[in-house]
Design a protein around this ligand. Sequence first.
Ligand SMILES: [Zn+2]
Length: 281
Amino acid sequence: MSNLDSMQRFTFDKTDVRGQLVGLHKSLSAVLSKHDYPAVLKVELGKLMAASALMSATLKYEGRLCLQVRLPGDVSLIQAETTNTGEIRAIARYDEDKTIDTVELIGGQLVITLEPAVGKSYQGIVPLESNQLNEAFEYYFKQSEQLGSRFWLECDGTIASGFMLQQLPAVEGYDVDAWDRLSHLASTLKDEELLTLNNETILHRLYHDEEVRLYDEEDLRFACTCSKERIGNAIAQMGLEELMEVIVEQGKVSVDCQFCLQHYSFNKEQVGDLFPEKKLQ
Ligand SMILES: [Zn+2]
């Protein structure tokens, strides 16, 4: 079994290649327990969560990395977010009146957003041209960094695993053939092995002739970043007039966070506070 609810980085001595392994179990169960997702959607959510954990290692500041798969079909959204401290959450939207037995990615978009706690967000968009999510990440790094990367993402509905190899800018004197050799070796790893073997065994199985350096595990756990303030900012988008209509009808505005099901409610005064520039009648 791969190391669960953790991310682990590794490097190869004297090469321009680095890698990461991710395993999710409790954090995946926490996400899946909030909604009754179809089985195929659980698998795609798990893969996207693994990818977000792998990608979060690129955060060089306090903040979060958000991945959205936006689709035109009965499944309209799959979203996973990981913060720089390893807090992970995810959600999917789909037509609950339909039977979902496949998730078609072709024709959709992968939206990658880096959200620093302070400062401007950065967003990259990749068209989904195959049903293999990993190819979209490889394309993203090719476009944005001009460097090779390979992603392997697996999920069986209970455990999600991710494996990433990335080429770094060339350093003089390093092994120039390393990228081709190491990525070729990685491609011999079977899906089942990625899901069931621990990190040391996976790396030994692939790279027993290489000098691999494995770093300490970094914990990943389910946690939601919602707050009354954030939910308030989100509902404020509806506008004061519409919110006051809800207050008149229901006495309050009730909202459940879709990620963690935490309940929030806003009375008339609290709704008014969301619009400091307008004076309440
Ligand atoms: Zn929440």
